[in-house]
Design a protein around this ligand. Structure first.
Ligand SMILES: [Zn+2]
Length: 124
């Protein structure tokens, strides 16, 4: 498996914590959220999305692979919707630009014009 060049890291480790029992509940909520918002934003982008997986990632909100598979932490279900959308748009845009170049950020800005502020907010 190839290493994803992107990891939306939570740098200060302040991701919300939940019990194991809650995990299943939030995982399903995160899956529904990711699929719904990917479908919504991809109407504009039109990328080929691979598999979408929800994981118990403690240090990353999301990541993507060269094969077009997207991974999200179940904790996106616990984010304010605008921040969850930013995580989803960020990973979706890696299907167009597999890097963090100006071209990548221009793609992100189409759906999230205030992505800089959103990224700061994610870091806490
Ligand atoms: Zn990225």
């Amino acid at each position: 498996m190839r290493r994803a060049p992107c990891s939306l890291a939570c740098e200060n480790g302040q991701m919300p914590r939940r019990s194991r029992r809650d995990y299943a509940k939030y995982k399903e909520a995160a899956r529904a959220l990711a699929h719904a918002r990917l479908a919504h934003f991809n109407q504009a982008y039109g990328f080929a999305i691979g598999r979408v997986a929800i994981r118990n990632q403690k240090t990353r909100w999301g990541s993507c692979s060269k094969r077009g598979n997207l991974n999200f932490s179940y904790r996106i279900a616990l984010l304010p919707p605008v921040l969850a959308d930013y995580v989803i748009v960020h990973e979706l845009c890696h299907l167009g630009e597999f890097n963090h170049s100006p071209a990548f950020w221009a793609l992100v800005a189409r759906a999230c014009p205030d992505h800089r502020a959103l990224r700061r907010a994610l870091r806490g």
